[in-house]
Ligand binder design. Structure first.
Ligand code: ASP
Length: 371
């Protein structure tokens, strides 16, 4: 089974099975044609909104609950340790997370929709080489970048999703175009890119996505020197609730380093990596996609809230627990916001890049599990 931290043997197996496309060929192609009382209570003025559920043995999840949240993001869950990060890099991450949260929050404050806020914040993260989405996407077995994204409007259940796109700078924006200007929900590869051209979007060549860091990760994976997905945290996602009370969610990713060509993760799959439904929740997941698809993680959270009346944090915890039953520890995490502005950050890895904005404008960003 695919696990987020897998064995050296798996890396070696993948290395033996693939041929690397020469880098010179990569840039050439132009695009082819029951909630608890605490969850319901308004945030106490000046009081802490955050409740950190302590880790207990047998419960490896880090689960944070925050009240009165209007917007939240994640930048991927995975092996994140202080000792692996320089102070400078940590500052860069926190600054970019803050910029993304602020972008979403401002959009909402300006009266824009939850969908617009989600897109705008994800664009910030897609344009940064720090995250595994857009510019900083990881490489496939063939040393290419195949990107996935989805966006969902909780008011209408309208959804747009794209998978395996290779020439789209901001896949979340293409997903939104798909949602708003086509009759379809999910398109792949060349067809999705033809639609992008039809809508007048600029395409980029594959060399746009080249970063030294991701290249080295690919080489390390092929040499069996690192875990399958080691260090490749960085899928991005956002959830928000706008002035009309409409929920929205989006997710964008390059997938997993050294993923087989054509592999599709959970991010663009409605109900797996991305889901939003008014009155319930908006959620975006990050982790070993195969497990999140099989457990339909984000829809499972929504269904628990809708049918069992569970709090969003309990529902998110149960959904992540299910992925552990399938795949063991370190499967990933999820952000989920309910229609009463309760946010859950739940993950079973040593960290998850994450941040939120409250209704009164406070912005908080975090990286490690123990913050
Ligand atoms: N969920 C993404 C995928 O499987 C990867 C990630 O979140 O890191 O494609």
């Amino acid at each position: 089974m695919f696990r987020r931290t897998s064995t050296l043997a798996r890396g070696a197996l993948l290395a033996a099975a693939v041929v690397i496309t020469p880098i010179t060929a990569l840039g050439a192609a132009a695009a082819p044609q029951e909630g608890t009382a605490a969850d319901r209570a308004p945030a106490a003025a000046g009081g802490s909104r955050t409740v950190q559920d302590p880790k207990e043995s047998g419960d490896p999840n880090t689960s944070e609950r925050v009240r009165d949240v209007v917007f939240a993001i994640h930048g991927g869950a995975g092996t994140l340790r202080r000792e692996d990060m320089t102070p400078e890099l940590e500052r860069e991450y926190r600054a970019k997370l803050t910029e993304a949260v602020r972008t979403g929050q401002r959009a909402l404050a300006d009266g824009e929709s939850g969908v617009a806020a989600v897109e705008a914040a994800i664009n910030v993260l897609e344009d940064s080489p720090l995250f595994n989405a857009g510019k900083g996407a990881v490489f496939t077995t063939d040393a290419e970048n195949e990107l996935d994204a989805a966006i969902m409007d909780g008011a209408t259940l309208d959804t747009g999703a794209v998978t395996g796109v290779t020439h789209i700078r901001n896949p979340i924006s293409l997903a939104r175009e798909m949602m708003e200007n086509s009759r379809h929900v999910l398109m792949s590869g060349e067809g999705a890119e033809r639609f992008a051209q039809h809508r007048g979007m600029d395409l980029v060549t594959q060399d746009y996505f080249f970063t030294e860091r991701r290249w080295e990760s690919l080489m390390a994976a092929k040499g069996g020197e690192s875990d399958f997905d080691f260090g490749e945290t960085g899928t991005v996602g956002a959830v928000g609730i706008d002035g009309n009370g409409d929920l929205a969610a989006g997710t964008s990713t390059g997938g997993l380093t050294n993923k087989p060509v054509g592999r599709i993760g959970d991010s663009p799959i409605v109900g797996a990596g991305t889901y939003a439904k008014n009155g319930n929740i908006a959620a975006s997941a990050t982790g070993t996609g195969e497990l999140f698809i099989r457990e339909a993680v984000t829809h499972t959270i929504s269904a628990q809230v809708e049918y069992l009346g569970r709090s969003v944090s309990k529902a998110a915890g149960a959904a992540i627990d299910r992925t552990e039953v399938l795949g063991g520890d370190d499967t990933g995490g999820v952000i989920a916001l309910d229609s009463r502005k309760n946010l859950a950050f739940t993950f079973n890895t040593s960290g998850m890049y994450r941040g939120y904005a409250t209704a009164d404008g406070e912005i908080v960003v975090k990286i490690f599990a123990d913050e």
